[in-house]
Structure formats: C-alpha cells, structure tokens
Design a protein around this ligand. Structure first.
Ligand code: NAD
Length: 334
C-alpha cells in the first residue's frame, strides 16, 4: 500500500520510516511541494498522499488525485487552509490531519520569540561574539504585570496562556467561539477591539479562514498601544504584511516576531543562503532590528515529530482498513 509524501525533508523520512516499521507501508518521498506541476508523478492506485502546510491541494490537483485512485490526503500538520475540502468530498477522497501533535511546542516557541525580542537575545548573541559586552541598546521590560492579548484559545492558545500566567501577566483573549469551561486567575475573554486597545503583547493562535484573512491590518494596528509587540506563530495570511511594515516604520509596532509568513511557500523549509531572494517584503522585514523571523519552526520538536508520524500512520492504517469511524472526529475532516 503506497503512501506518497510531498515537501518531504530528511527529518520526515527519519521519523516516518522509523515508525513505519510497525506498518510496513510502501513510502515514497518527494522533496517538492505538491501542486499542478508534479501531481502527475503520483502513481496510479496510490492509496494516500501525505502533505504539509505549503502543499497546494486545489480543486485541479485533487481532481487529478481522485482520477488516479487516491483515497486519502493525510496532512501531517494541524492547519488545513491549503486543502479544498469540498473538492475532496466531490472526488471521494478522505482528508485527515494531526490536530494536536504538541500544542506546547508551538506555545513555547511563541514565548521564546517574546523573550528574545524583549531582551534582544538575537543582538546580544552577536555582540558578545565580537567581545562587545556593552549593554546600550539591549534594554528590555519586565513581562511580569504586562497585559498579553491572545487571539484564539484552542489547544495552542491555552498552552500559551498558561505559560504567560506563570510569568505573572494578565491575559486577555478573543475567540470567535470562546470556551466557557476555561477559567484561570488573571485570564478573561474580551472583545477583539478591547484586546487590540489594551494589550502590551498580542499573540495569534487562531486558524486562517476566509473571514479572518488580514485580521491584523491598518485598522487593527491603529487601535493598538504604541510600541506593541506582535507574535505570529499561526498563519502568515492573518497579517497584512504591507500594513505591518508601515507600522514598523512609524514605530507603532515596537516588536514583531513571525514564524509564519504569507508568501512563505517560496522561502521556508529550504536553504536559500546562496540565492537571490526576490521577495522584497520579507527582505524589508528582516532589515528591521526589532523583527525576529523564524522559518515555520514552532512545531519542530522531537516530541511533536514523533506524534505527527504516529498519528498520521495510525489514521492511514484505519482508513485503509475501512475503520474510518475509529478515526477521531478532529482528525478526519472529510
Ligand atoms: P485549535 O483548533 O485547537 O484552536 C483554534 C482556536 O481559534 C479555536 O478556539 C477557535 O474557536 C479559534 N478561532 C477560529 N476562528 C477564529 C477567529 N476568526 N478569530 C478568533 N479565534 C478564532 O487550533 P490550535 O491547535 O490551537 O492551532 C492554532 C493554529 O496554529 C493552527 O490553525 C495553525 O494555523 C497554527 N499552527 C502553527 C504551527 C507552527 O509550527 N507555526 C504549528 C501548528 C499549528
């Protein structure tokens, strides 16, 4: 039974091949993204294609997969904004994902970005290597007592909130579907506008949907405190990059940490150190001293990769055995 991987990296091969010893599926790994240019490389009667965040599962691609007999699209990630689910249904293809491989991995990375930006660890590291032990320019602020705004209180948002409460912060959250069972001292749900107006740090933890595309734009930035810190480990399309660059240039945005970027599929997950990057927006962002960019690495822990491989292979095995009703509701999407 063949499973064809796209966007496969050496670490995907390592973790999936190890756990596949118990399943003995026939695994094929392609490094390239899945899209119209390569979909014909999928062999006839392949049971499953296993994809990641930047593979493009458009109607065109899914229709070709359906014609080849593919029965399952297995996302080895939580977000599924890159898959046309209606097309998958029409083509009789199931879609599964890994909804909760390690919320703590992403939450901890968001906290790492806050601490690094605030205490300027990225600058201190370089400075000390030049034997420059001066402190000028490295002044930070205490997180204790600050107001943290969290957009999206799902698994990652909640893990993040618990850490920030541990720092002695007050945490505000906005969620389209607030969790009435989630209570903690120092935590409260507020409106989107109140969160924008009162937070010292805003961290995004909601999925990207058609309705919240560019939720952080000129209008939202204008409501925020001057010098706001914004952290995005969720999806690039939640932020209008041009508006963010304007906010950084004017000083309205004091710090910006991004692990995701709206044009990331042309950049992230590959070594471009010897290439000319044509994307002027990311180059502009990286030129600011108060911007920290990581290349979609928030999920990248040993625990998370083990969980991703194990949940994905288990789902593939259950769907292949016709036991789709045994795949948990949050995992199976169609
Ligand atoms: P989740 O489904 O558990 O929680 C998402 C929360 O967002 C839910 O509470 C939902 O009600 C809320 N929400 C939905 N639409 C909203 C809106 N328009 N405004 C405000 N809140 C809204 O998801 P999760 O596991 O916590 O993951 C959150 C996001 O993190 C994922 O969708 C994905 O985009 C991103 N992610 C990034 C990485 C990374 O490596 N950087 C890894 C995993 C997930």
């Amino acid at each position: 039974m063949n499973v064809t991987f796209f966007s496969a990296k050496p670490y995907d091969k390592t973790f999936f091949s190890e756990l596949n010893k118990q399943y003995q599926f026939d695994l094929t790994f392609f490094e390239t993204h899945l899209g119209p240019h390569i979909v014909n490389a999928v062999k006839e009667n392949t049971f499953c294609v296993c994809v990641f965040v930047n593979d493009k599962l458009t109607d065109e691609v899914i229709t070709i997969l359906g014609a080849k007999g593919v029965k399952l699209i297995a996302l080895r990630c939580a977000g599924f904004n890159n898959v046309d689910l209606e097309s998958a249904k029409r083509n009789g293809i199931h879609v599964c994902r890994v909804p909760a491989y390690s919320p703590e991995a992403v939450a901890e990375h968001a906290v790492a970005m806050i601490l690094a930006l605030n205490r300027k660890i990225h600058k201190a590291y370089n400075r000390v290597r030049e034997q420059n032990f001066a402190l000028d320019g490295l002044l930070g602020f205490n997180l204790h007592g600050k107001k943290i705004g969290v957009i999206g209180t799902g698994k990652i948002g909640k893990a993040f909130i618990k850490i920030m409460l541990g720092f002695g912060c007050t945490v505000f959250a906005y969620d389209k579907f607030p969790d009435s069972n989630f209570h903690a001292p120092g935590f409260s749900y507020v409106s989107f506008e109140q969160l924008l107006r009162e937070s010292d740090v805003i961290s995004l933890h909601c999925p990207l949907t058609s309705e919240n595309h560019y939720m952080i734009n000129d209008a939202a930035l204008s409501m925020m405190k001057p010098g706001i810190m914004i952290i995005n480990t969720s999806r690039g399309g939640l932020i209008n990059t041009d508006d963010m660059i304007k906010g950084l240039k004017s000083g309205k945005v004091g710090y910006f940490g991004l692990d995701v970027y709206e044009q990331e599929e042309k950049l992230f997950f590959r070594d471009l150190s010897a290439s000319i990057i044509e994307d002027d927006r990311i180059q502009r962002l990286m030129s600011f001293p108060n911007v920290l960019v990581t290349g979609h690495q928030a999920f990248f822990t040993n625990e998370a990769l083990t969980e991703i491989a194990s949940t994905t292979l288990n789902s593939i095995a259950l769907v292949h055995a016709g036991k789709i009703n045994q795949v948990a509701a949050g995992i199976i999407l169609t």
